[in-house]
Design a protein around this ligand. Structure first.
Ligand SMILES: [Zn+2]
Ligand SMILES: [Zn+2]
Length: 390
């Protein structure tokens, strides 16, 4: 149940890599793992396949942007209808409209009639909390998928009943066809019609699967959700989808993540945004604030004269980067709350404050500062446009 590797990781390039970098990385790796250079080496062959698959997606602008947005599910050739084609809308998952878990089957499969068929992919959505997304978690999900029938072990025959070897293909499931062409005689094989490619003919079909050899079952699967995952991203679990038919490989399990909103934090990629209320006294005199973060409260010394809407940054207090080292930041925006329902005594103190010149002096000072800033900016801009002309 190997997880499908990230395409950028496969090619060893940054997420924002340009076309040229991707091409160079692909050429270097394709040369290194080319099957001709490693005859019989299964691992090299798989690497080569993986590299080609990654390059096929990342070298195509359309596929790449879908991959960036939806992960492997966005470019899965078996995901019929898929994303963006009206298949699913995850946009309001955070609102709890779906419940915690929903599921669906993709069509997919295809394959030659009668021959081995790849199993269907199974698509799942899981809603997790803000913290679970930030730090990773394990979730047990209950999926429904097509499995090999355990009663007949996939043969489709009633246990103990007679199963005869197909007389047409001699049990191989394949019949050889010779074709004469002007270029010579070619031999090819196709699935046997008599036994449907099974190689065996069943007298009494299995009750459980009605002779199909496969049944729809519920299965509990534990999913490791990596720290730093974002809403809409998909985890692919290779081979955990529905069983294939007639010796075909199983499909994949594709788990798309939704994140429930946090009561106070908001997320922007790896960064956490927090709006933090302060009083006019704290803003004016400065204060040691106890600011909530994902790791608990931290102390922050806010300077005197902090203006409403000021944003300060707590480095490394954001979300861990997915499958990588380091973390984003927390941005704290202070909201200065203007007091309401003042007592007579408080009002008197404020009037006193005003009489001492406090309010108006500050106001005028700020106003003059802003004017000065504007004048400076104007001067810089006209210099810039003059440079551009020259
Ligand atoms: Zn069965
Ligand atoms: Zn046959």
């Amino acid at each position: 149940m190997a997880e499908k590797r990230d395409y950028y990781e496969v090619l060893g390039v940054e997420r924002g890599a340009d076309d040229d970098t991707i091409k160079k990385a692909y050429r270097r790796l394709a040369k290194k793992y080319h099957p001709d250079l490693h005859p019989g080496d299964k691992e090299a062959e798989n690497m080569f396949k993986e590299i080609n698959e990654a390059y096929e997606v990342l070298s195509d602008h359309d596929k790449r942007s879908r991959y960036d947005q939806f992960g492997h599910a966005g470019v899965d050739p078996n995901a019929q209808g898929g994303f963006g084609a009206g298949g699913f809308d995850f946009s309001n998952m955070g609102m709890g409209g779906f419940g915690d878990i929903f599921e669906s089957f993709f069509g997919g499969g295809g394959g030659r009639r009668g021959g081995p068929m790849r199993g269907d992919d199974v698509q799942y959505g899981v809603n997790i909390s803000f913290e679970e997304a930030a730090f990773g978690c394990k979730k047990e999900i209950d999926i429904k998928r097509i499995e090999v029938c355990s009663d007949c072990e996939g043969t489709g025959a009633k246990p103990g009943s007679q199963v005869n070897t197909c007389t047409v293909c001699g049990g191989t499931g394949q019949v050889r066809v010779q074709q004469r062409t002007p270029f010579g005689t070619f031999a090819s094989s196709r699935p046997c019609d008599n036994c449907g490619g099974r190689g065996q003919v069943i007298k009494e079909p299995c009750h459980t699967c009605k002779g199909k050899g496969r049944v729809r079952r519920s299965k509990k699967i534990e999913v490791s959700i990596p720290a730093g995952i974002d809403s809409g991203q998909t985890i692919s679990m290779r081979g955990q989808g529905s069983a294939g038919a007639k010796g075909g490989p199983p499909g994949d399990l594709l788990i798309t993540i939704g994140i429930r909103p946090h009561p106070i934090f908001e997320r922007q990629g790896p960064d956490v945004i927090l709006e933090f209320p302060i009083t006019i006294v704290q803003a004016s005199l400065g204060a040691e604030l106890e600011v909530p973060t994902l790791d608990g409260h931290v102390k922050y010394n806010m300077p005197a004269g902090t203006q409403d809407g000021t944003v300060f940054r707590l480095r490394g207090k954001g979300i861990p980067y997915i499958r990588s080292k380091g973390r984003g930041d927390e941005f704290v925006k202070v909201n200065v709350e203007i007091p309401k329902n003042l007592t007579e005594r408080q009002k008197e103190l404020l009037r006193e404050f005003d009489r001492t010149g406090g309010g108006s002096y500050e106001k005028n000072k700020n106003f003059l500062d802003k004017l000065k800033d504007l004048a400076n900016k104007g001067a810089k801009q006209s210099r810039k446009s003059k440079d551009a002309r020259e």
